[in-house]
Design a protein around this ligand. Structure first.
Ligand code: NAI
Length: 425
């Protein structure tokens, strides 16, 4: 049985005040959500909707949740990672009219799923997920709710992968927007957001430099290329490990060294996994790593660095600094795991997730997708759907205007030329 955040805190009022301060700072730097807030407040496009959410509960997410409530929805929220919730923000959200927060920091597995179960109590018409735990929970435990669900939105790559697998098996029974895959999200959040915030958090958690180190990036997808680019920009040498030949070639052409992870193991000072896959760094890699190596994961689940094998290999382990667990190996080498192998930019002691501006874009897309489901649910059948291009463009235009950037328009002649096939030399 889950309890709300207020029931967990000694001084919810003080937490609320601090959480609200963080939300106000974030909102002041989120022009897309601010503009949407005006239109949501005026038109209440979500009146009558009940939204069940599982997301990283920190200030930017809270601004999104408040926006959905301002739009007329009842919103209930749980965390999507045991370590990424900021309790003060959760408390501030819980105080917003129409919002109930069950998200808390440092929950165990049972408490984590109890909170997701409690959120379902809102009797949802729409779901918003980061990692697809809410969608899968509803399909597994509450299939009776499926007929009333207009649809859902999914924030991250791993969640979209899970949903596509469900859809391939014929098991996904309501429509879900792949928010992750739309250009306004993935080209900015996954690349720049992850790149900046992962390296910033490694540096802040350890107080060690990135410059002069060899950073091994496992996975050269959107997140991996962001981490690799920013690490190179911070004067690190970068090695990329990949399994997809085209992405490995891309990394090579971008000027990074490319080699198998086991070879990179003996070269690296810092290791960052960004694959969304399991067992990317394993025993044979730990056996080759240099004393003092730093290991961090940026993928959604804590399965990329095999900590079970590292634990078996180690003679002892201890917390050497908040957020840094040192594993000592029989020959005296020490390997340092950050944030318990959970996504380092959200689950570390100082983590705040992506920069605000980036999440303004991701959550702008989330908000317009929720509005689209409320207005036009009948347009979308069960399955995974791309975000409609017009919505993605609209959000981009708001952002450009906020940045004071003007762009060109196609002339009628150019538009006609681009749409025709009967022109040549
Ligand atoms: P992506 O699909 O673009 O890239 C993943 C890459 O990893 C692919 O190129 C794939 O070939 C490679 N890969 C898979 N298994 C591998 C292995 N064993 N060794 C080496 N490479 C391997 O996915 P994207 O968008 O980069 O996301 C990656 C992960 O990061 C996902 O779990 C996603 O949910 C998560 N994510 C985390 C964020 C954060 O804030 N930390 C933000 C956005 C996404």
């Amino acid at each position: 049985m889950s309890i709300t955040i207020d029931e967990r805190l000694d001084d919810p009022a003080a937490a609320r005040a601090e959480g609200r301060r963080k939300m106000d700072w974030a909102e002041a730097h989120m022009p897309i959500l601010s503009e949407l807030r005006d239109s949501f407040a005026a038109a209440e496009p979500l009146a009558g909707e009940r939204i069940a959410m599982a997301m990283h509960v920190e200030a930017k997410t809270a601004v999104l949740v408040e926006l959905l409530a301002v739009g007329g929805a009842d919103v209930s929220i749980a965390g999507c990672n045991p370590l990424s919730t900021q309790d003060d923000v959760s408390a501030a959200l819980h105080a917003v009219d129409g919002v109930t927060s069950y998200a808390a920091h440092g929950v165990d597995t049972d408490e984590y799923y109890d909170a997701i179960e409690a959120v379902v109590g809102v009797d949802p018409t729409i779901t918003v997920d980061d990692g697809a735990d809410m969608v899968t929970h509803i399909h597994d435990e509450h299939p009776d709710l499926i007929p009333q669900l207009k649809g859902g939105c999914e924030e991250t790559t791993t969640g979209v992968h899970r949903l596509r697998s469900m859809a391939d098996d014929g098991a996904l029974e309501y429509p879900v927007f792949a928010v992750n895959d739309t250009p306004m999200k993935t080209l900015f959040d996954n690349v720049h957001g992850t790149g900046e915030s992962v390296l910033t958090n490694i540096a802040m958690t350890t107080n060690l430099s990135i410059a002069g180190k060899t950073v091994v990036v496992a996975g050269y997808g959107y997140c991996g290329r962001g981490v690799a680019k920013k690490a190179a920009g911070m004067n690190a040498d970068v090695i990329v490990a990949e399994v997809d030949p085209r992405r490995a070639l891309e990394a090579h052409m971008e000027g990074h060294d490319v080699m198998p992870i086991t070879e990179a193991a003996s070269e690296g000072d810092v290791f960052v996994t960004t694959t969304g896959n399991r067992d990317v760094i394993t025993r044979e890699d730990f056996e080759r790593m240099a004393d003092g190596a730093l290991l961090a994961n940026a993928g959604h689940f804590d399965v990329e660095i095999n900590l079970e094998q590292l634990g078996e290999l180690a003679t002892s382990h201890r917390e050497v600094r908040e957020g840094v667990e040192e594993y000592e190996l029989p020959d005296g080498r020490r390997l340092n795991v950050l944030a318990e192998g959970r996504l380092v930019n959200l689950a570390g002691p100082l983590s705040m997730g992506h920069p605000v501006e980036v999440m303004d874009q991701s959550f702008g897309i989330q908000a317009v997708c929720v509005r689209e489901l409320a207005a036009n649910a009948e347009t979308y059948g069960a399955g995974v759907h791309d975000v409609p291009d017009r919505l993605d463009r609209d959000v981009a235009e708001v952002k450009l205007a906020a940045e004071g950037i003007a762009i060109d328009d196609l002339s009628d002649e150019q538009r006609e030329y681009m749409d025709s096939w009967d022109h040549g030399t």
